[in-house]
Design a protein around this ligand. Structure first.
Ligand SMILES: NC(=O)c1ccc[n+]([C@@H]2O[C@H](COP(=O)([O-])OP(=O)(O)OC[C@H]3O[C@@H](n4cnc5c(N)ncnc54)[C@H](O)[C@@H]3O)[C@@H](O)[C@H]2O)c1
Length: 257
């Protein structure tokens, strides 16, 4: 994601003042392709020099790096999932509010024009009183037992893997489009592969989830990283008393009404 952020910074007219990586050597290797003006030996040096700190590391480092940046009075763009547990995410949110810095999580699907269209139509009352939302977020890049990544390990990715990695996007999109907040959930977690890379896996491949929202909607979603043939199939459908809107991230120029 460092590459994606670096591109976005350039497009927005900003400058990547510097980068830090898992080691100074790794950061030096990446400096040209990330358009970095400087390479810092560690993240403390980077935070001291930055106006805005972008955090594109594995998930377990989001909280310590974001809190250090906020404590130094720096604005923060922190990748999702914000933290690996809810209490830490809450503490980060409060720290940013108290420090008066801008703090943001790049939930990128919010920026599809058709997602904006769906949100505008809901806000204008065209969908009516919201009653039901459902959908899924399906991928297949962890289908096989030999497929592996730092996300699989709870100490780096967090105890909830598929949900934290992509379920967080689905829930954010639901709340962004409808303006409702999810207030209660009931979920099942399942593993398709008990071992990966010769070790036991503690994190889930599949989540099925039911929820209710503060606006009175009920709904469900399915999150999977082991759905053969599905690459990045984020689908959200919201129904109300007057209409239904549906968005499919793999057909992003179309909104089904
Ligand atoms: N918003 C989105 O749509 C989206 C998409 C993909 C990934 N992400 C998020 O971005 C983050 C990174 O994911 P990725 O797929 O790019 O992972 P990645 O493994 O490709 O990259 C992680 C980078 O962090 C660096 N790193 C590790 N430890 C570090 C440290 N101590 N200090 C500085 N750098 C360190 C690694 O060298 C590596 O370059 C994750 O939190 C992920 O959830 C978000």
């Amino acid at each position: 994601m460092g590459r994606v952020h670096s591109h976005a910074i350039a497009v927005a007219g900003g400058e990547v003042a510097g980068i830090a990586g898992s080691s100074p050597e790794r950061a030096r290797e990446a400096a040209d392709s990330l358009r970095a003006a400087e390479v810092f030996d560690d993240t403390d040096e980077l935070i001291a020099a930055a106006d805005v700190v972008h955090i594109c590391t594995p998930n377990h480092l989001h909280a310590p790096l974001a809190l250090a940046a906020i404590a130094a009075g720096k604005h923060v763009v922190c990748e999702k999932p914000l933290a690996t547990d809810a209490a830490t995410a809450q503490a980060m949110t409060e720290a940013a509010r108290e420090a008066g810095v801008v703090a943001s999580v790049p939930f990128v699907y919010r920026f599809h024009p058709m997602v904006r269209e769906a949100r505008a139509r809901v806000a204008a009352g065209e969908v009516g009183r919201l009653t039901l939302a459902h959908g899924s977020y399906l991928q297949d890049w962890l289908l096989r037992p030999e497929d592996d990544n730092w996300r699989v390990d709870a100490d780096k990715g967090g105890a909830l893997r598929a949900f934290g990695d992509i379920g967080s996007h689905w829930c954010d999109l639901l709340e962004f489009v409808t303006g409702d907040r999810i207030t209660a959930v009931s979920a099942q977690l399942a593993k398709a592969n008990a071992t990966r890379g010769g070790r036991e896996v503690a994190t889930e491949d599949i989540v099925t989830l039911q929820f209710v929202t503060d606006g009175g909607m009920v709904g469900s979603t399915v999150v999977s990283q082991v759905s053969a043939g599905r690459k990045n199939r984020l689908f959200l459908e919201v129904s109300g008393s007057r209409a239904t809107v549906a968005f499919d991230q793999e057909q992003p120029e179309t909104l089904w009404l």
